[in-house]
Design a protein around this ligand. Structure first.
Ligand code: NI
Length: 164
């Protein structure tokens, strides 16, 4: 296992669309293990493969990590099947350090995906879990949370990000 280097805005890899996984091999399992280790090492609650420079549709999420009790969710080729309601929570991103802003997203999502072992998996998330799932799935399409801010906020964030 290894802690991977996290790509930071404006690295162009963060803007690319990730490819679907069709081979569930040792390389994929290794990527997942490394992504989990990297997420915990950086105290993140989610990480998408493009953030470590790998353009594959793989995310890891753990919104319950408290007192060293990890319960990671691994989703390969995740797809949102259903979304309901709206919620606005403050978000940050390991790839956009120093920025935290409220983002409006769906309050509930039902996601279908595969495990790293090639088994189908479904997850229903509400609140923070729903938000993190949407944030990480966005990464697979080259979308960052700062893209989902109001035009005025976007301008402000852009000014901060281009400083120095
Ligand atoms: Ni992120």
């Amino acid at each position: 296992m290894a802690i991977l280097n996290i790509k930071v805005f404006p690295d162009p890899v963060l803007r690319k669309e990730a490819a679907g996984v069709d081979v569930f091999d040792e390389e994929l399992k290794e990527l997942v293990e490394d992504m989990k280790e990297t997420m915990y090492a950086r105290s993140g609650i989610g990480l998408a493969a493009p953030q470590v420079g790998v353009l594959k549709r793989v995310i890891v999420v753990d919104v319950e990590q408290v007192d060293g009790e990890p319960s990671p969710i691994v989703l390969v080729n995740p797809e949102i099947q259903e979304a309901k309601g709206w919620i606005e929570l403050e978000e940050g991103c390991l790839s956009v350090p120093g920025i935290r802003e409220k983002v409006k997203r769906r309050r509930f999502v039902h996601v279908k995906a595969w495990t790293e072992h090639g088994e189908p998996v479904e997850i229903k998330g509400e609140g923070l879990l729903a938000v993190v799932l949407q944030h990480e799935i966005d990464h697979l399409d080259g979308i960052l949370f700062i893209d989902r801010l109001s035009p005025a906020k976007k301008k402000l964030v852009k000014a901060v990000l281009t400083q120095g």
